[in-house]
Design a protein around this ligand. Structure first.
Ligand code: NAP
Length: 245
């Protein structure tokens, strides 16, 4: 993997940042992407000095096609090729269906699903030329089991699983594999905000009796990104402590 380049969306914190560090440890050049920007540059600098790989920090809203085009243009200008794309950026806007506002539905679908479509479209143009690529989409256990209050989020993640399988079929002949990782309950800013009662209920559903870490998810992402994982495509790796089998 040494010398390859990975674009990881939503990588200034949480799962994306740990995945970026894990790939950097293997000598992969990293493009950090977030929506606020300042932090992306800071994290890119930190990873460069810690792991000795070239990095780039870019502010881009992945739900905006102009931003996404610019993101990939800047990445290619610096690194010439992109071998790995991790569609990780995601948000929640939870509400019960009858209270859910149009804006809450649209924001989640636009970032979690359309964002992955836009980034994959740009990345695949670049990967196709080199007849090599690894795309890894970060879905969620709720795509498979549903979750009250998350009709928008669970639909977006189920859509991402279908997108994964379809792209896997469309681009297998170009040497590009497309897989998903479906995390369960992972300790990040996204889950910190949940009430203690909900967390206790969740824990009871997890056979391995602990919440996941960003490292648990990053390990699965790194595995799928390896050149040696080239016979795996259209699959979902569940990283959930057994809460869904
Ligand atoms: P997080 O800590 O909330 O971080 C989200 C990241 O996405 C941030 O870097 C954020 O940028 C970025 N982002 C948000 N909107 C964006 C946009 N429009 N354009 C570009 N970047 C954007 O998230 P996380 O908990 O690590 O989750 C990462 C992924 O795993 C998500 O897709 C999530 O749905 C999925 N997941 C998480 C869990 C969990 O338990 N945590 C479980 C299942 C699945 P800023 O820092 O600039 O805001």
């Amino acid at each position: 993997m040494k010398g390859q380049t990975a674009v990881i969306t939503g990588s200034s914190r949480g799962i994306g940042r740990t995945a970026a560090e894990e790939l950097a440890k293997k000598g992969v050049q990293i493009v950090i992407v977030d929506i606020n920007g300042g932090n992306a540059e800071k994290v890119a600098e930190e990873i460069k000095s810690q792991y000795g790989v070239e990095t780039l920090g870019i502010k881009a809203d992945i739900s905006n096609s102009e931003d996404v085009k610019r993101l990939f243009e800047e990445a290619v200008k610096k690194f010439s090729k992109i071998e790995i794309l991790v569609n990780n950026a995601g948000i929640t806007r939870d509400n019960l269906l009858i209270r859910m506002k149009d804006e809450e539905w649209d924001a989640v679908l636009n970032i979690n699903l359309k964002g992955a479509f836009l980034c994959s479209r740009e990345a695949i143009k670049i990967m196709s030329k080199n007849k090599y690529g690894r795309i890894i989409n970060i879905a969620s256990v709720v795509a498979f089991i549903g979750n009250p209050g998350q009709v928008n989020y669970s639909a977006s993640k189920a859509g991402l699983v279908a997108l994964t399988k379809t792209l896997a079929k469309e681009y297998a002949s170009r040497g590009i594999t497309v897989n998903a990782v479906a995390p369960g309950f992972i300790q990040t800013a996204m889950t910190e905000q949940l009430p203690e009662k909900v967390k206790e209920e969740m824990l009871r559903m997890i056979p391995l009796s602990r919440f996941g870490t960003t490292q648990d998810v990053a390990n699965a992402i790194t595995f799928l990104a390896l050149p040696e994982s080239g016979y795996i495509t259209g699959q979902v790796i569940h990283v959930n402590g057994g809460m869904y089998m």
